[in-house]
Design a binder for this molecule. Structure first.
Ligand code: ATP
Ligand code: MG
Length: 464
């Protein structure tokens, strides 16, 4: 390839002249100086030769037939392939050379005939050197361009890598933050579980202490009554024997209810207690409850039962309702003087059933009024009145089961009012949730909130 030849120091020269002697002369001269020379005798041939195999330099005669040197040069400069090839014009001394035109059409130099060998070589060498330097510069530029584009590419790649890295770092940070939050949540749950466990342990040890303490006295009473009966039953009149037997029975009942309370609370802690609803006439149920509690009242204590409004026919969990009301009523009895009135009212209105138990007892000090619902909490004014402080905490849990509310108003030495409010709708809804077969009945929405007895009625139960 000519490019390789052009890269040699000697150079590849195209000589163009329509005079064969000139052509020969120049060719010989240049060949002797180590240049590779090609000769053509017309402008047309010169253009073809330059296109096919571009030389390093063209020596171009000006005066030629058909296409003269200026025109050839113009066409060479117009083609991208040959534009950079330096052209030295040749002219005879007698020929007038238009130097300005020669440079305007792109000529690099000119030599006048007859040729001085040193001058020709010097001018040729000069142009070849310029050409070589130009080529080197070009290559250098190309290299530089390549380097710049390589660096730009590297920079883009680096930027992309940086962005990817940043995205990965962000994603990882988000993952870590999430994991951290989860860890914190788990830690909190663990802490809560530990607190619960601790509370449960405390609660259990409290139960054990209280129960063992509360068991001792009644057991001693039972034991002593049993021993006395064993020893003296033949000597004692029947009435005295019965007295001791009833004492034993009362204490056994007390111990049983104690165990029942603890078991009930335990069930609340470990099992999800659900309301077991069945149709219940609230008035009948309340009257029966009052009848039962009459057995425990002191002589001179009166329970006044009254009701007003409607909503007394519905579906209720009798056991749970009994827990609520019997705890409140037995407290009212227990903490009231021997001669006093306990008012027990039910009112049904606006889709709610409200129970109110009002006594004239010892009252609850303000600082204890909220805490009485905590297990084992007893107010400081209870004195010798027996109890372990579980009744109201069971009551509260039962009211919660019904999504109800329990409140307490009290004044020491005046009395206490406990109010329980339960949405009547609650019992209706729960009934609908349960399968009918289990419920064994279907609520009539027209009847559920409308009790036949809308009139206020009061029942006085005096116990003597
Ligand atoms: P028990 O577990 O046997 O019912 P208790 O009656 O002491 O024992 P709660 O029924 O839970 O326990 O009541 C907690 C405390 O609230 C009582 O100890 C008492 O101080 C106070 N209390 C409850 N009801 C009344 C009331 N009607 N009048 C005065 N104090 C009351
Ligand atoms: Mg009680």
């Amino acid at each position: 390839m000519n490019r390789n030849q052009a890269d040699t120091s000697t150079g590849n020269i195209l000589v163009v002249d329509d005079t064969p002697e000139n052509l020969r002369l120049l060719s010989t001269m240049l060949t002797e100086h180590g240049y590779k020379v090609r000769k053509v005798i017309s402008g047309k041939l010169a253009l073809d030769a330059a296109q096919v195999n571009p030389p390093d330099l063209i020596l171009l005669d000006i005066m030629m037939p058909q296409i003269n040197g200026y025109e050839v040069c113009k066409q060479l400069k117009a083609s991208e392939q040959t534009a950079k090839i330096p052209v030295i014009f040749l002219s005879a001394l007698n020929e007038a050379i238009d130097k300005v035109k020669a440079f305007n059409v792109g000529g690099a130099d000119y030599i006048t005939k007859p040729f001085q060998i040193e001058e020709v070589v010097a001018r040729v060498e000069n142009q070849l050197l310029i050409r070589r330097l130009q080529k080197q510069q070009q290559e250098h530029n190309i290299k530089l361009q390549q380097e710049i584009s390589d660096r730009q590419q590297a920079q883009v790649a680096l930027q992309t890598l940086n962005q990817e890295l940043e995205i990965r770092v962000q994603a990882r940070t988000a993952q870590l933050t999430q994991a951290n939050q989860q860890l914190l949540r788990l830690e909190n749950q663990l802490r809560q579980a530990l607190v619960q466990e601790q509370e449960l342990n405390e609660f259990k040890s409290r139960i054990i202490t209280t129960i063992s303490h509360e068991y001792r006295t009644p057991l001693t009473t039972i034991n002593s009554s049993a021993e006395l009966l064993e020893l003296y039953r033949h000597k004692w009149p029947q009435e005295k024997q019965l007295n001791h037997l009833q004492r034993i029975q009362r204490k056994v009942k007390h111990l049983t209810s104690l165990v029942n309370d603890v078991l009930f609370l335990d069930k609340f802690e470990y099992e999800k207690i659900q309301l077991n609803l069945a149709p219940l006439d609230l008035i009948k149920f309340s009257e029966e409850l009052v009848e039962e509690l009459k057995m425990t009242t002191a002589k001179g204590q009166i329970i006044e039962f009254s009701y007003q409004g409607d909503c007394f026919q519905g579906a209720w969990d009798e056991k749970i309702l009994r827990q609520i009301l019997s705890n409140l009523l037995s407290n009212a009895i227990k903490y009231s003087p021997e001669v006093s009135v306990i008012k027990f009212q039910i009112s049904g209105q606006d889709g709610k059933v409200v129970w109110q138990i009002k006594d004239q007892g010892i009252g609850i000090p303000p600082e204890d009024q909220l805490r009485v619902f905590e297990s084992f909490h007893r107010a400081n004014n209870v004195g010798n009145i027996p109890g372990i402080g579980l009744g109201l905490s069971i009551t509260k849990k039962c009211v919660d089961l019904y999504n109800g509310q329990i409140t307490c108003e009290s004044e020491v030495g005046v009395g206490t009012i406990f109010t329980v409010t339960i949405p009547a709708e609650q019992s209706k809804l729960n009934t609908e949730d349960e399968p009918k077969s289990k419920q064994g009945f279907q609520l009539d929405p027209n009847k559920s909130c409308q009790d036949a007895s809308k009139d206020t009625s009061v029942m006085n139960l005096a116990v003597f």
